[in-house]
Design a protein around this ligand. Structure first.
Ligand code: LM2
Ligand code: CA
Length: 510
């Protein structure tokens, strides 16, 4: 079975009851109304209600995700990417999660029951769960040990699951220690070991069958999708075989890090489903720092200078748990530039976005805050999270609640996919995006506030600037109110390296 990327997303959204619906009173993609026309005669535009935004809640417990889901759904997020849910090695570092010991859904992030309760609570809030599936490898430990749930293991022996004598592991014999030495060799990348991690023989049918069973178990627990970790280290045929029996509507997102000069390409994996496009986050970092923001909205488009995955197969992100620990992308430490990059991602027409949300760290290996037994403590978001907050190590950065990020998630949910009334214009380092009568967005790469008068497709009247955050629970603007005049024009001051965002779903009450 072949997953069709666009169809898989539509189906995911349908599963959680979020499929884009045509408003009862469709807004006309008209020119702004002429001066003198009475405002009351205008048919109000309505949000089109598409929720294609994911959020990676890195190292959040199942209980904490369940508690966050109502707010996520309210903000306009469609799904959560979790950390791996299966049994893993012991230890404080975050990356213990990437060394599986068994496929028991029992980890320091929560039990099987808690996982199931999370998928149910999130479904109630209209939010899907996508689980990170580590299926390329097992542990990288040379000494035997015991996993989180009590399973005994040795590097190449996982009793009742995998064993060397049955041929479940690769020993590539191509490098000194069987580790991958060169990414220009596809056979090394796929059959040698990634940092000593015991590499499963994913071309063999018994291995594939057991991995299919694990993914089916996740589906039985209510997931709407899976991220295939280290997909580059398996052939695309292996990924297709392992995911072949998943329900047609399940989201499959392969992690294939794009690398220059490498023979294995993200494009090779689109038959299994969607693929993460790593180039977007790398490219946007320099663009936002430089300030020519127009380029960020061209990434992946035919006018852009880069070759990316096709839009309908791609998921993009400003950073993830790996890249925030490297130097190639922006991260929460970049403050306002980072918030702006997220806003541009959410305003872009290319692909679909994944917001990242983790915890502050100075040591690359440092895990999330844990109790004496190693169980991760439930994440909480402090009031006032945002680009200027000074986060102590271990505190939850809650990027998904930063006002500009959350406001733009609501903007995207309200304006829906770019239709024929979508347009973009550039004025120096200011770029504006119009989504006809549903929304308007302006971002500035200037280092000083920029004041200007701009045309929009919005109906006249007051709108909340959601760059300052979504509507308050009382229906008030979180920040400034912007008046759209009778001709459809706005006069706004865009703060330095920031944005102004207006949409039909966020208008001041009264
Ligand atoms: C991934 N995608 O392909 C994950 O996104 C990434 O976070 C994982 O690496 C990697 N693949 C394997 O799943 C992380 C982390 C590594 C860590 C591994 C395994 O970035 O640093 O490696 O997980 O836990 C650690 C040590 C490494 C050691 C290895 C095996 O850092 O020095 O290698 O464990 O013991 C001898
Ligand atoms: Ca492999």
């Amino acid at each position: 079975m072949v997953h069709r990327p666009g169809a898989a997303l539509a189906a995911l959204l349908a599963v959680v009851g979020l499929v884009a619906c045509t408003p009862a009173n469709p807004a006309e993609p008209d020119e702004p109304s002429g001066a003198g026309e009475p405002v009351a005669s205008q048919a109000p535009a309505e949000p089109v209600g598409s929720k294609d935004v994911g959020v990676q809640l890195f190292q959040w417990t199942w209980d904490a995700i369940a508690a966050e889901c109502p707010a996520l759904g309210e903000a306009g997020y469609g799904w959560v990417l979790t950390s791996p849910p299966n049994e893993h090695i012991l230890g404080e570092a975050w990356w213990t999660a990437y060394q599986p010991v068994s496929y028991r859904v029992d980890s320091r992030l929560g039990t099987r029951e808690e996982f199931a309760a999370m998928t149910a609570a999130c479904a109630d809030a209209g939010v899907g769960i996508v689980a990170d599936a580590v299926v390329n490898h097992m542990t990288g430990q040379d000494a035997p040990g015991v996993g989180w749930a009590g399973s005994h293991y040795d590097h190449y022996d996982y009793p009742g699951l995998w064993s060397d004598v049955e041929g479940h592991f690769h020993h590539c014999g191509l490098t000194d220690n069987d580790d991958i030495a060169s990414y220009t060799s596809a056979v090394q990348v796929r059959t040698c070991e990634l940092v000593n991690l015991a590499d499963l023989a994913t071309e063999s049918e018994p291995v594939r069958a057991r991995l299919r069973e694990y993914l089916a178990d996740l589906v039985s627990l209510g997931v709407s999708g899976v991220r295939i970790d280290a997909a580059k280290h398996m052939s695309s045929a292996d990924v297709e075989a392992i995911t072949a029996e998943l329900p047609e509507d399940l989201l499959v997102i392969s992690e294939v890090i794009r690398g220059a000069q490498e023979p294995i390409r993200p494009e090779d994996y689109t038959d299994a489903g969607d693929v993460l496009e790593f180039a977007w986050g790398r490219d946007v970092a320099g663009i936002v720092k430089g300030g020519a923001l127009r380029l960020a909205l061209e990434l992946g488009s035919p006018e852009g200078s880069t070759t990316y995955l096709p839009s309908d197969a791609a998921w993009i992100f400003v950073d993830n748990h790996d890249t925030e620990r490297g130097r190639q992308t922006l991260s929460y430490r970049d403050g306002q530039d980072y918030a702006l990059a997220n806003a541009l991602m959410l305003a872009a027409d290319y692909a679909r976005p994944v917001v990242y949300s983790g915890y502050a760290f100075s040591d690359r290996d440092a895990g999330p805050v844990q109790d004496a037994d190693g169980a991760v403590l439930d994440a909480t978001c402090a009031p006032g999270v945002g680009p200027d907050a000074d986060d102590d190590d271990g505190s939850w950065v809650c990027q998904h609640r930063w006002p500009l990020v959350e406001g733009m998630v609501g903007w995207r949910a309200a304006v829906g996919p770019a239709g024929e009334d979508a347009s973009t214009s550039v004025d120096g380092r200011v770029v504006t995006v119009s989504r006809g009568p549903r929304g308007w967005f302006a971002a500035s790469g200037n280092l000083e506030p920029t004041t200007g008068r701009y045309p929009t497709g919005l109906q006249p009247g007051p709108y909340c600037d959601v760059a300052a955050g979504p509507l308050t629970p009382e229906g008030q603007c979180a920040g400034p109110t912007v008046e759209v005049d009778a001709g459809g024009f706005v006069e706004v001051t865009i703060p330095a390296k920031s944005a102004v965002a207006l949409h039909v779903g966020a208008r001041p009450a009264g």
